[in-house]
Design a protein around this ligand. Structure first.
Ligand SMILES: [Zn+2]
Length: 308
């Protein structure tokens, strides 16, 4: 007992000394801090890229997200401070495919466009998107592997000494994405329905991969006004196709989906996340892209009446 009290006392003295040393010299007080200072600073544009970069970079980098947790990224614009911060990072990782138009105004030390090299078609002809390209690449786990690979290549180039580490991390995460892909195709293989009503047109690529048909209440972005005629159309569609599940998203007001669900027999609202941002509670729990995709799968299976 005496010993442990003495040990506690020693710690109580040592810690303030270490803190004082750091504050006085401005230099790190321990070896750990010295190596921490050498970490690569990566800024990812929004949540999925943050998650992918974190998996590949591991503890070799400090990864942060440009768009804060809980903020819808479609119409987001950076402040002058954000632009400066992104410009000072060692690497800025964006999705590309027209998703982060603001990135054109940032002179990053190294810009990684994770979708570069992918042959992206229109994805959804009705999207109304300027270039007709559906940017929601990350929602297809097979295409997500390409985004992971882009990040791996960039990290190996700027930090070749640790290439083996990045290669191993990327291989491990890619294997998880392969498993996720198999899980989704397996669990969606025996469903009564193949049509689903999403809040916005985020799931065209996902739907294409797994043989489903998406009907979005909104267009390519979840923001903007929805006309009453569109709400009537969606109610008609749900009734025609005997769909009882209307999907909402965690970053939008779910009342619209509820209004529609109330107009269809046995209607209900479930979340189908476009994984465009997670709330701070989820972030604190360490919930990742793969967890979110599995939650989506569980909710899709409900709506599509899957048996497996
Ligand atoms: Zn979206």
């Amino acid at each position: 007992m005496k010993q442990s009290r003495a040990a506690l006392l020693a710690i109580a003295i040592v810690i303030p000394l270490a803190m004082a040393a750091t504050a006085y010299t401005g230099k790190p007080a321990s070896q750990d801090n010295i190596s921490a200072d050498k970490k690569i600073r990566i800024i990812a544009s929004f949540y999925p890229l943050y998650d992918f970069a974190s998996h590949v970079a591991g503890d070799r980098a400090e990864v942060s997200s440009m768009i804060p947790a809980g903020i819808e990224p479609h119409d987001w614009e950076p402040t002058a401070g954000d632009v400066l911060k992104a410009g000072s990072a060692d690497m800025l990782v964006i999705n590309g495919a027209g998703f982060e138009r603001w990135a054109e105004n940032i002179s990053a030390r190294r810009l990684v466009v994770a979708t570069d090299g992918l042959q992206l078609d229109g994805g959804n002809e009705e999207s109304g998107h300027d270039e007709g390209i559906d940017p929601h690449v990350w929602l297809d786990p097979v295409l997500a592997k390409h985004e992971v690979e882009s990040i791996r290549v960039a990290l190996v180039e700027i930090d070749p000494i640790n290439a083996g580490y990045y290669n191993d991390n990327a291989a491990r995460f890619t294997a998880e994405l392969d498993l996720l892909d198999k899980q989704i195709s397996g669990e969606l293989s025996d469903c009564q329905k193949s049509d689903f009503i999403a809040f916005h047109d985020a799931f065209s690529r996902f739907a294409q991969r797994y043989g489903l048909t998406q009907h979005g209440i909104q267009g390519i972005s979840p923001e903007g006004e929805i006309l009453p005629q569109r709400i009537e159309q969606v109610i008609g569609l749900a009734n025609d196709l005997h769909i009882d599940t209307i999907y909402s998203e965690e970053l939008v007001d779910s009342r619209l989906a509820e209004v529609i669900a109330n107009e269809i027999p046995g209607g209900r609202v479930l979340v189908l996340s476009p994984i465009e941002g997670i709330d701070s509670e989820e972030q604190a729990k360490g919930i990742g892209y793969i967890d979110k995709m599995q939650q989506n799968l569980a909710n899709l299976k409900e709506g599509l009446k899957c048996t497996s």
